[in-house]
Ligand binder design. Sequence first.
Ligand SMILES: [Zn+2]
Length: 124
Amino acid sequence: MTDNGQLIAFLGNSEQANFLPRTVFRGSLMMIEKRIPVRRCAGCMEHSDKKELLRLAKNKDGEISFDLSGKNPGRGAYICRNMQCLAKARKKRGFERALKLKGEVPHEIYEKIEREIGTENQFK
Ligand SMILES: [Zn+2]
């Protein structure tokens, strides 16, 4: 069985296995040794390598931005690079909760994330 096959068998969920960093699943010890920064996806609520996730940021004026650099100051919310998680986050207001928003995440932010995920998937 391939490495990837084992992963999928272990997770029992091939959809998520495609998006989660392999290192995280080689055991918690590995994670501690490598000190991979992990963040929680606002859709599936799973923890993933921060580098694998897309980030939204809320600045001190309460403005939301889609933070492709991952370095914008302020509170961040994270999402896996897939449409399922994005749909979940939208449905259960995962971003609003993560960012402690009173209002809603603007529609165009969702569109930007969709576009980003869309362009990635073209190359798979
Ligand atoms: Zn997710």
